[in-house]
Design a protein around this ligand. Structure first.
Ligand SMILES: Cc1cc2nc3c(=O)[nH]c(=O)nc-3n(C[C@H](O)[C@H](O)[C@H](O)COP(=O)(O)O)c2cc1C
Length: 206
């Protein structure tokens, strides 16, 4: 698949087939992540891979608790809401299943510093900016492999709890969970809001 095809085909997928991604494909995708640009030239990134049901259940336990009370409200929004509200209504009830039912859960950790969570300027955020380059490479490589990814951002201290459970060192942070798998034939799709480059470009001056 050519690069532009991967870029245009990439979508967040939250429904997966019950089919395992082969190890060599997973390794290619992680290697693609490792090619991302890095703020300090060090690529201080580590990936915890969860494949077994018990390992996934242990790491995802905090998500399961948070979703269910809101389901009825979300159903209403799914019919009457704006595209953005509909996306939330589609996504929220799937926060657990989109990871649990994925072939693999990838936990991409980055080495943090004191500035990341208390930034004084944009460059304090460089470690987190770099890991998001890694994450996008993973998404595009997965798409090029005929696979797809779900993603969730840990809320509150959820990320710290997950890091602790999987044994990550204290100075490594979890920016998101990634579910990797074969998209389901009948996967739910959020309506996309399309923009044209011409409408977003400001040549010479905004
Ligand atoms: C920073 C960031 C945070 C996101 N957080 C979540 C999340 O917590 N749960 C989720 O299901 N999707 C999450 N998403 C995925 C978005 O919902 C998705 O990218 C958006 O709706 C556009 O759809 P697309 O990825 O299919 O183009 C996140 C995306 C980004 C870039």
């Amino acid at each position: 698949m050519d690069l532009y095809e991967a870029i245009y085909n990439r979508r967040t997928v939250r429904d997966f087939q019950d089919k395992i991604v082969p190890d060599e494909v997973l390794t290619r995708i992680i290697n693609a992540g490792l090619q991302a640009p890095t703020h300090d030239h060090l690529r201080n990134w580590e990936f915890v891979i969860l494949k077994d049901k018990e390992d996934k259940e242990r790491a995802l336990q905090f998500i399961r608790l948070g979703v269910e009370p809101t389901l009825e409200i979300l159903k209403k929004v799914l019919v009457e809401g704006t595209p953005q509200q509909k996306m939330y209504a589609l996504a929220m009830p799937r926060q657990y299943s989109m990871l649990m039912n994925a072939s693999h859960v990838i936990l991409p950790f980055f080495k943090s510093n004191s500035g990341v969570l208390k930034p004084s300027c944009v460059s304090s955020l460089n470690p987190i900016s770099s890991i998001w380059c890694v994450i996008e490479n993973i998404f595009l490589a997965a798409t090029a492999e005929g696979l797809a990814c779900s993603m969730r951002i840990p809320v509150g201290i959820e990320g710290e709890k997950v890091a602790d459970i999987v044994g990550a060192p204290d100075n490594y942070l979890l920016p998101c969970y990634i579910g990797l798998g074969y998209p389901a034939e009948n996967k739910s799709e959020a309506e996309q809001i399309q923009y044209k480059a011409e409408d977003k470009m400001h040549i010479g001056k905004w």
